[in-house]
Design a protein around this ligand. Structure first.
Ligand SMILES: *Cc1c(COP(=O)(O)O)cnc(C)c1O
Length: 516
């Protein structure tokens, strides 16, 4: 196949021998042959790289990657003589794969980056070839139906009724932005009859504020800035040591807000980014309803619990939030991005739809030619619904539950192991799939644990994240974070992760304090 590509019309012009300079479209018959050949090369190369790499990342750390990239990317982006596309492709795949983190490796436990299923990954190829978009009927007629299906089904999974709506978004940050926008517009309309989307925020007489906690994801702060409320207008509600927001504290904060402010949104964490703690959404909703404030449930990570009958009770009450963020690229095994934004009342998204002129002709809409430009902040939008729908259909209810439960079980196993190790300290029992630990014994434990993490990454052994955990005494020491999102990991492999942490820590401890 590779030889035929060299000689046939599919490699052409500066790319081949035929004086043509364009490649065929991927979706044409010639293009599909081409993609098939490229895919075979890609998979062979990925297999080869994977077999040769001992850990979750090629050793060497930032200096080695920088050097490799400096060598591989020394030429211009647009070379005068590019050679055969197949050769270029193979070279790029090899370099990219060699220096990528292997999210399917059992020791890749750093980020909320699940290993996508084979179905999801292959679906991405189909999406790339078909290149559909959701903004107009003629950009992706079936993609539109898939999106409606996914939003309807996920709305039902959350527990929303028939008025619910939403959109697939470019991730949790965008979903959170849409939530803050919806909250601002709905609450300021209800309180003052104002339409901030059209009129802006001047002349309100009151300063709109958003209530959050220290555990709230940083994307909320950005969203508050972006929608013009100003990040200074975020009011931090006191939370407990685990970052959980309780109705009493919320009530108290709302009751004591300055006279010249108006609360528009409360952000609940359904699975906090660091520890996976879940706020009691039903109890918070009772408070926000009384105060006429929008309640947003940020379930970007914790939404995974919805798929597990065992963990579902932990997110009970989520349907009482006015809006919900889910990220299926975190705890849902589709490739990034698979962001979901859901609202209980779809009409709140109408201002977005009114801001287009070229896309919305009444006669087209009456005839059913309706795009989904009006439910999103994007225009061109990938048909992520395809990979989400096919992945969920392939796994089924029990499959998804088993994947989520598998990760939770792994987290509990790792926590047991950490608790049993005298040199390690566990922050708390896992709530979902996160384990926070730290090594103690060193003189400066914060610096030590930071260095330990970097050493493990540089040696290509373990990829972990880090955070700080607030303590009752007011301190917030550095902890290392294991994020277990690969249900194929065995307990033996997980033991090896902890062993690697311990061995490297002991080495580091010895070299830092030779006299011990
Ligand atoms: C990851 C995360 C986000 C941001 O989502 P992205 O898809 O990375 O933009 C928002 N909120 C929480 C709680 C998260 O864990």
């Amino acid at each position: 196949m590779q030889e035929s590509l060299r000689a046939s019309t599919v490699t052409s012009g500066p790319l081949g021998d035929h004086g043509e300079s364009v490649l065929p479209p991927a979706g044409s018959i010639a293009g599909l042959d081409y993609v098939q050949a490229l895919t075979a090369v890609a998979l062979d190369t990925l297999r080869e790289v994977s077999l040769n790499r001992p850990g979750p990342v090629t050793p060497g750390g930032p200096a080695a990657v920088r050097e490799a990239a400096g060598r591989a990317l020394a030429g211009p982006l647009l070379p005068a003589d590019p050679g055969y596309p197949m050769d270029t492709f193979r070279r790029f795949v090899r370099d990219y794969a060699t220096w990528s983190v292997d999210v399917s490796h059992p020791s890749a436990v750093a980020r909320m980056q699940c290993p996508p299923t084979p179905v999801a990954a292959a679906a991405e190829l189909v999406m790339g070839i078909l290149n559909q978009s959701l903004h107009a009927w003629e950009s992706g007629p079936y993609a539109l139906e898939l999106e409606r299906y996914v939003i309807r089904e996920l709305g039902e999974l959350v527990g929303y009724g028939p008025d619910a709506g939403g959109t697939i978004s470019a991730g949790g940050s965008i979903s959170n932005l849409m939530a803050v926008l919806a909250a601002r517009d709905r609450v300021l309309y209800e309180r003052f009859g104002r339409n901030p989307f059209a009129e802006g925020l001047t002349g309100l007489g009151k300063r709109p504020v958003v209530l959050a906690t220290d555990a709230t994801h940083f994307s909320i702060g950005r969203a508050v800035g972006l929608v013009g409320l100003g990040t200074d207008m975020i009011v931090r509600v006191p939370s407990d040591d685990l970052g959980r927001l309780f109705p009493e504290q919320l009530e108290q904060t709302l009751a004591t807000l300055p006279e010249d402010t108006v609360p528009v949104a409360v952000i609940a964490c359904v699975g906090s980014t660091d520890q996976g703690w879940v706020d009691d959404v039903a109890a918070l909703a009772e408070v926000t309803r009384r105060h006429g404030v929008w309640l947003h449930a940020d379930a970007a990570y914790g939404g995974g619990a919805l798929f597990s009958p065992r963990l579902r009770p932990r997110v009970a009450g989520i349907e009482q939030a006015d809006s919900v963020t889910l990220d299926l690229h975190k705890f849902g095994w589709t490739a990034a991005t698979s962001g979901i934004f859901l609202v209980r009342d779809a009409s709140v998204m109408e201002p977005l739809a009114q801001q287009t002129t070229t896309l919305n002709a009444d006669d087209d809409a009456e005839a059913g030619f309706i795009g989904l430009y009006g439910s999103s902040v994007q225009a061109t939008r990938r048909a992520e619904a395809f990979k989400i729908a096919v992945t969920m259909n392939a796994l089924g209810r029990d499959g998804m539950a088993a994947m989520v439960d598998g990760c939770h079980d792994l987290a509990c196993y790792a926590a047991d192991r950490v608790e049993a190790e005298p040199k390690l300290e566990l922050a708390a029992r896992p709530s979902l799939s996160t384990v926070l630990l730290r090594y103690h014994g060193a003189d400066d434990p914060d610096a030590f644990n930071g260095e330990l993490r970097r050493r493990l990454m540089t040696e290509g052994k373990v990829l972990m994240a880090r955070t700080r955990v607030r303590r009752p005494d007011g301190s917030s020491p550095v902890f290392l974070k294991l994020m277990l999102l690969n249900p194929a990991t065995t307990t033996a492999e997980l033991d090896r992760v902890v062993d690697d942490i311990l061995t490297t820590a002991a080495d580091l401890d010895r070299s830092a304090q030779p006299n011990r």
